[in-house]
Ligand binder design. Sequence first.
Ligand SMILES: [Fe+2]
Length: 188
Amino acid sequence: MARKDLPKYTVPSLTKEEGAETARVLQTRLDALNDLALTLKHIHWNVVGPHFIAVHEMIDPQVDAVRLMVDAIAERIATLGGAPVGTPGALVAARTWDDYSIGRAGAIEHLGALDEVYVGVITDHRKAAADVEELDDVTNDLLIGHLHELELFHWFVRAHLESAGGSLSTDGAQTEKGAARAAGSAAK
Ligand SMILES: [Fe+2]
């Protein structure tokens, strides 16, 4: 990293290089969770069908919790001496995933797709937590704290897709649309 990209200061006991690298990892999580909060609201607005109210109301506490995670991540970047980037254009330019692909659809179809969304977000969040483990214990702890909640929310979603035998209707799906289809057919 060029010296001009280094923060002027960082938290005590980290080098500026360590602070900058930790902030870089955190920026990827800021983008992912900002995207997740918006996607959850989109689902909240677009669910239809017999399970509408249960899913519509289940989603809002997840939005609130994810927004708090976003705020904590952004403020950790600033604490480390970095500048959090929270604008939508920058998020879209930096992200490595596609926009959520489903509009108005049944609640179970959205939950099938949301299962895929959570798989992606949690996998990357765990990797980020591992990437900062040697750099900064406090950031590692922050990300692990998020995973407690994100994995719980993922289970709330998956419980709708689970059979009495314990298998998931979305098992083996590779895309949001494929997962939505699989979840929808299993519910018929
Ligand atoms: Fe609402």
